[in-house]
Every structure is written in structure tokens, then in C-alpha cells.
Design a binder for this molecule. Structure first.
Ligand code: URA
Length: 227
């Protein structure tokens, strides 16, 4: 059981002071009964605001279809950020929501968003070797030998000491390919192609672990069940 005003403020509904107003205006119920005190101890699962259950009371996990042109940082000086695409209420949550890893500004596709720290760790830990699937468009025709080059597990990226883990490349058309990697190094896909003399002109992430975007349109998000 937790104090109502703390619950509402940590889930981004209002400040703790504003919780008094929520209560005064009879907007909050617990097990269907109107609450009269903002410091009352409640089970967050039994609370409603305006007759709606609280949003993601145990932590938020969501998927965003990131459009190209948005950066994965809270710093607004670098242009539009992915956080501008999310509901204001999420941005007021405490702990704060963050992306699970990052996509480059020019990369589009599936990005997980959460306020659950251990989940970020679980999904981004190198040990987890979670599959990330990208579709890349290249500046010139691909060569079939790249499939073996990426699969071997000895590809060195400039400035790094360890080779990339084996990656699966599937050629889709003369200048496009699907690449599955299990690491998340800085600009990894672009740098893997660059190491072999190709320039990635467009990059899109289709899958992250078990998550695919299905019909989510660019810029849209959806809340996911807890894993
Ligand atoms: N690899 C890249 O080069 N960029 C991304 O955004 C993701 C993976």
C-alpha cells in the first residue's frame, strides 16, 4: 500500500499538491469508492482516476515506431527528440522513461521505451545477446560474399579490439539487405557495412528480440504487457 498522492505523482498524473485537487473534485476512487484524503494508503491496482484504472502502475513498457529525424536523447538542443512523440504524462513519471538503447537520428523503426531500470539492463546487456533485425539500403549493389564476411565472427570495426559476433545477412534486392545482430555497438550496422566499403543510405529496425512492430505507424506508440 502506498500514499495516493505519491502514487499519482510517480505515475505522472499530477504533482503531490495537485493530488489534493483531484481528491477534492472526487475524481479518484479506490475499489469503486470516492477517496477523501490525498495521503490515504492505497493499492494502486484498485485506484481509478475519472473511472479509468491507473496507467501501468507497476512500470511502463512501450514500443515506439521511431521516425527518422528524431534523436534518442532528452537534450532538446539536438533537434526533435523521441520524447516529443510520447504522452506528456509519461514524461512526468518517476522513475523517468527512457529508451532501451538508442537508434541514430537517421534510423527509423522499433524502439522500446520504459521506466523500469532493470529491464533496460536486461535488454541491453551484451550477455543477453538479444536479436536486433535491421533493413538497410545501400549506396551500391551488394556482393553475395558479404553474407559470409558478416557471418564469420571476425569482422573488426575501426578503433575496436574485439571482432563483431557473427551476424546474419540476407540479401533482399541488389541494394537492400536484412541484417540480424546480437550486439548493440555504437552505429554498429552502419560501421559494419562501412568496413566493407558500403554506405548505408537508409536504416530501419524491424525487430527487437521478440518484439515486432506489426501495424504501428511511424511516430505512434503502444503499451506492451510486462515481459
Ligand atoms: N546500427 C546503426 O548503425 N544505427 C542504428 O541506429 C542502430 C544500429
Amino acid at each position: 500500500m502506498r500514499r495516493l498522492d505519491q502514487v499519482l505523482s510517480s505515475l505522472g498524473y499530477c504533482s503531490r499538491r495537485e493530488a489534493l485537487l483531484f481528491v477534492k473534485n472526487a475524481r479518484v476512487k479506490h475499489n469503486g469508492l470516492v477517496l477523501t484524503k490525498a495521503d490515504q494508503k492505497v493499492d494502486p491496482h484498485a485506484v481509478t482516476v475519472d473511472d479509468e484504472p491507473l496507467e501501468a502502475p507497476d512500470g511502463l513498457l512501450a514500443m515506439l515506431h521511431k521516425p527518422a529525424g528524431y534523436v534518442c536523447t532528452h537534450d532538446g538542443n539536438e533537434g526533435p527528440t523521441i520524447y516529443e512523440l510520447l504522452p506528456d504524462q509519461w514524461l512526468r513519471r518517476n522513475p523517468a522513461v527512457t529508451s532501451v538503447g538508442r537508434l541514430d537520428r537517421d534510423t527509423s523503426g522499433l524502439l522500446l521505451i520504459t521506466d523500469i531500470g532493470p529491464l533496460v539492463h536486461r535488454y541491453t546487456s551484451p550477455k543477453a545477446e538479444i536479436e536486433k533485425v535491421y533493413v538497410a539500403e545501400l549506396d551500391r549493389d551488394l556482393e553475395p560474399s558479404l553474407v559470409e564476411t558478416f557471418a564469420k565472427g571476425d569482422l573488426m570495426l575501426r578503433g575496436e579490439e574485439k571482432p563483431c559476433l557473427p551476424a546474419k545477412l540476407e540479401l533482399l534486392s541488389p541494394r537492400s539487405a536484412r541484417l540480424t545482430i546480437t550486439e548493440g555497438r555504437y552505429h554498429q550496422v552502419r560501421r559494419m557495412f562501412a568496413s566493407q566499403g558500403w554506405h548505408v543510405e537508409k536504416l530501419h529496425r524491424q525487430r527487437f528480440g521478440d518484439h515486432t512492430m506489426d501495424d504501428l505507424v511511424e511516430g505512434a506508440w503502444k503499451i506492451l504487457p510486462m515481459p
